[in-house]
Design a protein around this ligand. Structure first.
Ligand code: URA
Length: 197
């Protein structure tokens, strides 16, 4: 089966079977989007109002900022895969609860197993802490994590500040842009390490 079809099927299956309480409150699910053959997967927190309306991740103001940073490193959205830890909009954009995150977690793992990216980029602390619960985003942002011990099909992880938290904070915005601009070099380094193994 082609990866695109496999992704489509796993999304439909998980949407049908999910125990996530947010499903009843959201307009529609927001599935991951982009290339099933992506080398980079970006993981955000949860859909907001615009994403809930359109059914596509990162389409509002954080999405515009993400697009700007992708453009700066000459990468298009269609080259990468963008998803969220939670697939349904929490009411009033509140933080997703631990139960809501856990309910969508196996779904996210299936997406990652299907895509098998070289690099997973966490957009914000919620995404990072779903994988590395003890790390602090203020210390971990912009630093590549190489960890072979997770049960995931990826070994390299890059935590970044969430675009929404950086949008209206000049200092954080500059930090996020700087961290983001390291992605091409990080990918080259990963490719070299993979070819050495
Ligand atoms: N913020 C997120 O974390 N995800 C989206 O899809 C949109 C905004």
């Amino acid at each position: 089966m082609k990866k695109q079809e496999a992704l489509h099927q796993l999304n439909e299956r998980n949407h049908t079977r999910t125990t996530c309480g947010l499903k009843m409150l959201a307009t529609q699910p927001v599935f991951g989007a982009g290339s099933p053959n992506a080398t980079i997967v970006f993981i955000g927190e949860a859909p907001g109002k615009t994403e809930d309306k359109l059914g596509v991740p990162f389409m509002g103001s954080s999405g515009k900022f993400l697009d700007e940073m992708l453009h700066d490193i000459k990468v298009s959205r269609s080259d990468v895969y963008i998803t969220n830890i939670v697939k349904y909009r929490p009411p009033e954009n509140r933080d997703p609860s631990t139960d809501e995150k856990n309910a969508c977690r196996a779904w996210l793992n299936e997406e990652l197993d299907c895509i098998h990216p070289q690099l997973i980029v966490f957009l914000g602390r919620h995404a990072m802490n779903s994988f590395f619960p003890d790390r602090k985003i203020s210390e971990a942002h912009g630093k590549l994590i190489h960890d072979k011990t997770t049960s995931l099909s990826a070994e390299y992880f890059l935590p970044l500040y969430h675009p929404a938290s950086a949008l209206y904070n000049g200092g954080m915005r500059d930090t996020l842009k700087k961290d983001f601009s390291r992605i091409p070099k990080i990918l080259k380094k990963i490719e070299q390490e993979i070819s050495r193994d």
